[in-house]
Design a protein around this ligand. Structure first.
Ligand SMILES: CC(C)(COP(=O)(O)OP(=O)(O)OC[C@H]1O[C@@H](n2cnc3c(N)ncnc32)[C@H](O)[C@@H]1OP(=O)(O)O)[C@@H](O)C(=O)NCCC(=O)NCCS
Length: 162
């Protein structure tokens, strides 16, 4: 019988400064989206700009997962000040986990940390846009309470109450 892979022992921590780790985050982002480039920035300069935009928009809402060797194996970029359809929502802008570290609950841990963060800001709704054909991520979000609302072009909107 196949033994279920152990859950990870990663630590989730807020990202305090992006510059010292921006190259690591860039490489992690690129390898995470291999095969799904239609949903991602692909040039180094665009990814760098995007990562800086993410931290600038909510410097408290960016969390990284480190394994027990200190390597960054995932991150979530959120925004507690986001407005969608006139409502203030806790937005998940980005979530990636190293392909070699998947299936161990790291993304779930990052999302749970984001949900705690949004609740600490007294938000009532969390939302995100996910690639229409990104079934893996949709499944993950559904497991954590998000529901599909509508699709615009290649993106599907999902939200949950907090
Ligand atoms: C989506 C992603 C973040 C998931 O990371 P992960 O750490 O492997 O996810 P978890 O281990 O926490 O998964 C939790 C649950 O989600 C579901 N899930 C996650 N990835 C899945 C996949 N590819 N296919 C089907 N279900 C999936 C599983 O049901 C899993 O539950 P289980 O452990 O009971 O089987 C990762 O695959 C990734 O980086 N993808 C590329 C970037 C991306 O699509 N980001 C989302 C942007 S909106």
């Amino acid at each position: 019988m196949k033994v279920k892979e152990e859950k990870s022992t990663v630590n989730i921590e807020p990202l305090r400064e992006i510059e010292p780790v921006i190259d690591q985050l860039l490489e992690l982002y690129k390898k995470s989206y291999v095969g799904m480039e239609e949903y991602a920035y692909t040039s180094d300069s665009a990814i760098r700009r995007y990562l800086k935009w993410l931290i600038r928009h909510d410097p408290e809402g960016f969390f990284i997962a480190r394994d027990n060797t200190g390597k960054i194996v995932g991150f979530i970029a959120t925004d507690a000040n986001w407005i969608n359809r006139g409502r203030n929502v806790g937005e998940i802008h980005e979530l990636v986990v190293d392909p070699e570290a998947r299936g161990k609950g790291i993304a779930s841990k990052l999302i749970k940390r984001a949900l705690e963060y949004f609740r600490s800001k007294d938000l009532k709704i969390s939302g995100l846009w996910v690639g229409k054909k990104n079934q893996g991520a949709k499944h993950l979000y559904e497991k954590l309470g998000y529901k599909e609302l509508y699709t615009k072009g290649i993106w599907t909107r999902m939200e949950r109450e907090l």
